[in-house]
Write a protein that binds this ligand. Sequence first.
Ligand code: AMP
Length: 281
Amino acid sequence: MRHFTTVSGIQNYLREQKLNHNSIGLVPTMGALHEGHSSLVKASLSENDITVTSIFINPVQFDNVEDFKRYPQTLESDLIELQKLGNTVVFIPSQQEMYPEKTILRLEFGSLQQEMEGKFREGHFNGVGIVVGKLFNIIKPDKAYFGQKDLQQYAVINQLVKDFSFDVKLRCMPILREDDGLAFSSRNQRLDAKGRTEAIILYKSLELAKDLIVEKVSIEEIIVKVQNLFGQSTVDLEYFEIVDPVSLMPIQSYNTQTNIALCIAGRVGKIRLIDNMIISK
Ligand code: AMP
């Protein structure tokens, strides 16, 4: 396993790989790797000659300083995990390396950032767009791997690729879950035993909503039923939205021809978790 901490170092290495016609897959992460991340790395390893996993906690996408400071950092075990997965290249830049100067450019994703995460995390998608744009320019990957777990982030990055004509193919990979259904997340590490038990309500809500959709219950009623479920829990519901999976705009009604995305965010104490489920027609 090779690892690079500088932009020039990884660029020199990848330039040579490109000359040898090796394809490059990129898996951007913020570290604290779990099985969800591993699934992206495995997908990239199987579809590309070279897989670059970046580990960078991007300060620009955090609206909350405390959340940034407390974001789990487990570099040593991350490297062991990556080593187990196969022959990967790891890019671990410092903040200074990624942001030698303060960024002036601001990205705005219109209706894609209007709802859900965009409403609750001021400036988040600007930060995501800036760092992913930088990574695309530094690594110049043929394919880049993201998780459906961050559905709105995927939509935003898809738009970024279109609007800036990045020459990269995006892959959106399924959500990996723990045995009881909780989606793997780096933030799960911060949950205490009680919080970990309570956190399952996010997945339970998605399952409940899915069952109600099968029963053709109205959107309004489904939202009330999910809100009621949270009424009995210590987890604070931040949002539960039923949206079009492409436009991410809330839908008022549905039929058997409609694809639906159920999106949820909640706070277990100070720890914010998100999840979603797509119901295809
Ligand atoms: P993060 O390190 O949280 O920025 O996540 C890096 C990538 O892993 C993002 O594209 C996420 O959507 C993806 N990811 C996070 N959790 C999961 C999961 N449970 N299953 C699959 N992919 C995930």
